[in-house]
Design a protein around this ligand. Sequence first.
Ligand code: MLT
Length: 408
Amino acid sequence: MAKRNQNIAKLQSGYLFPEIARRKREFMQRNPSAKLISLGIGDTTEPLTPAIVRGLSGEVSGLASTKGYTGYGEEQGMPELRRAIAQKLYGGIVPEDEVFVSDGAKPDTGRLQILFGPGRKIAVQDPSYPVYVDSSVMMGNTGAFDAGSGQFHGMQYLRCVPENDFFPNLGKAGSPDIIFFCSPNNPTGAAATKEQLRQLVDFARRKKSIIIFDAAYSQFIRDSKLPKSIFEIDGAKEVAIEVNSFSKPIGFTGVRLGWTIVPEKLKFDDGTSVRKDWNRIMTTVFNGASNVAQHGALAALSDKGLAEMENMVSYYMENAAIIKKALSGLGYETYGGDNAPYIWVKFNSGSWEAFESILEKAHIVTTPGVGFGPSGEGFVRFSAFGHRENIIEAVERLKKHLQENSKK
Ligand code: MLT
């Protein structure tokens, strides 16, 4: 038999969300009549909006006719969609030929590992979206601090906690090849300021690192002073790639569509073009995003579609405000929820313990903070994706459970 990929053997446990789903199933077997509410995985719940449905169904109808039928499309995505992304979502600060449309930010993050290959020094925010660490391990980008040289080899966790405003101390960050940075952040909900991103870009320029900037939640930014893209920062195009997604702002978690921006100015140390290699990978292992999904996204970027997107995002952000207010009202330290659909809450117990107690007593699924990295221990993440009536009920249950808990 073929040998197992030893990098996969290094992964310590299953992926976080299937593990939570497993615990949820076990709970349901023990409590079959429980009415569980999920504030766990950040999965959208509200139906697609009319403009998007028109875009999707128009394309489906077209495909049903000989005249309208199309097969493979352009690997980088439909030119009109790439143009709309560049103009409507980036105000023209990135040119359309740097936009690569794909099936989502998560698969692109995985494919970016192919771009850089094994043996790279990786830095991640701690806590962070587990895909950065897990895909790095799969590629063989693991390592440790070498006390002899004082250098980090492999993965480095950049502590992001309330005490440092969830922004890492870059002075301790060594010289990573690749830095994964997510803002607004999943899971903490912290959105980096322009000044913080400027520090990050300056650091990457000094250390010759490449930032993989995950902006999947950028549409949830409510404070107009906060940057929505790393490319709002001078000099970022020489050091950053941005991944982004239609999943959360327009409810495409199941439809699937995202994009990655790889600037022309970004070069490897030998002067070759990163964009060219990305194109080579995408044209080899990816056949272009679904034509139906792309027409849906194009409709989402029309004036009507953008207005509907804004309503959808506002709905989820109102949910976030309801959850945050309730938990803060109970005396919990809460973070995020203002410019991101996640509320990060400090508990006086371990994360899994708090997760289990909320599941058992309040019948609510959350996400244990430690699942996102060691600095997440003691925190629980609450997702704001849900129907309003479920959010209101969840908050009532949480109030009851947490008040009772605090009396013990
Ligand atoms: C999350 O809950 O962190 C996200 O939904 C996961 C994802 O977007 O893949």
